[in-house]
Design a binder for this molecule. Structure first.
Ligand code: SF4
Length: 346
């Protein structure tokens, strides 16, 4: 049976029409799910008893909830969620000056094989359905509201385990539920999808009419190094990726952000900063520099602060809008995939 939380408003409207109902029915159901926090169909008092029985026969209220919660001294919270089939995924809540952001996992494991990533140590078993991603956001929202009813999740980034564009349709339904004023009502500019660079999907995404942010995990300024760090580069090398990004920007009117993890002695020299500048100059994209969060299994190390500063200063001098990402949860299993990997081993 499909979870009622798996439908975007547009998809639920199509379902209701299929069941012989009016268009309005989907908005009523959305209001019960996301504004009145109903936990079963019987609470939906403005829907006839007969149709509530039809709903019960067709859909359930399945929404994953956390089994393990780790809290960091800096306010970062990491949760492990057990899914219906026994698979486990993790998700992180981060506190910024501007609000609370949830980093959502989109697949159980990942096949993209990025050399620096803890998530990639566990191969992809399946994609997540929209309600399984939504459960991560709703769980953290409840966690915050329990502390203070005035708090809540303000930002969503699809940047956890998995490649979102490898699970394109489910991720888009999820994003539409999060963004809809009838759903979680989180503004498009507060939602970010991060891809490792599946060029055809980047172009497709630009034509969806969504105003959410797109981040490109770049991590290397040339094909030779990117081939080593990110195998996806062999399928979509930089000469394919950069034009796809330019096309996306043209169609969507939105500028991308390049994510660049700084790894000591691998990609953090001034020569590489120069190469990066030359590569992305035609896109006018932003750069988010990320000090590497070491994963024991691969031997990579975090760049020293001095290299990070020099790299950052070089980009700024060249006129590139660039920031250094704040580090979170150093006292918990903060790198994406570490918590799940730890429990999977056990
Ligand atoms: S960085 Fe992202 S795309 Fe690459 S292996 Fe990890 S989860 Fe997959």
């Amino acid at each position: 049976m499909k979870s009622i939380y798996s439908f975007s408003l547009e998809e639920l409207t199509a379902e209701m029409l299929r069941l012989g109902q009016s268009k309005f029915r989907s908005k009523q159901i959305f209001a019960w799910l996301y504004k009145k926090n109903a936990s079963n169909f019987d609470e939906m008092s403005d829907i006839s008893k007969d149709f509530r029985e039809v709903l019960k026969a067709n859909y359930d209220f399945n929404l994953p909830s956390p089994t393990i919660t780790q809290e960091s001294r800096d306010g970062t919270v990491k949760c492990l969620f057990k899914l219906d089939d026994g698979e486990e995924v993790e998700s992180v809540l981060m506190h910024y000056i501007y609000g609370y952001s949830v980093c959502v996992t989109s697949e159980v494991g990942c096949n993209m094989g990025c050399a620096f990533c803890a998530s990639g140590l566990l191969k992809k078993k399946r994609v997540l359905l929209p309600h399984e991603m939504l459960g991560q956001v709703i769980a953290f929202d409840k966690y915050l509201k329990k502390k203070d009813p005035a708090l809540g999740v303000t930002h969503v980034v699809v940047m956890g385990t998995g490649e979102p564009f490898d699970n394109y349709d489910n991720v888009l339904s999820f994003v539409r539920i999060v963004n809809s004023p009838f759903g979680l009502d989180i503004g498009a500019r507060h939602i970010t999808i991060s891809t490792c660079g599946i060029a055809p999907k980047i172009v497709k995404f630009g034509k969806e009419g969504l105003q959410v942010n797109l981040a490109i995990s770049l991590h290397a300024p040339n094909d030779e190094l990117r081939d080593k760090l990110m195998p996806i580069n062999k399928a979509y090398p930089l000469e394919v990726l950069i034009p796809a990004i330019i096309q996306y920007q043209k169609d969507s009117g939105r500028r991308v952000t390049f994510e660049y993890i700084l790894i000591k002695g691998v990609n953090d020299s001034i020569d590489e900063a120069r190469e990066l500048f030359n590569l992305i100059a035609p896109t006018f994209g932003y750069v988010n520099l990320i000090p590497y969060n070491p994963v024991m299994e691969n031997g990579f190390e975090r760049s020293p602060d001095e290299n990070i500063e020099l790299f950052h200063d070089f980009l700024l001098q060249k006129g590139v809008k660039s920031t250094i990402r704040k580090e979170f949860g150093s006292d918990i299993d903060a790198a994406c995939g570490q918590l799940r990997a730890k429990y999977a081993k056990k």
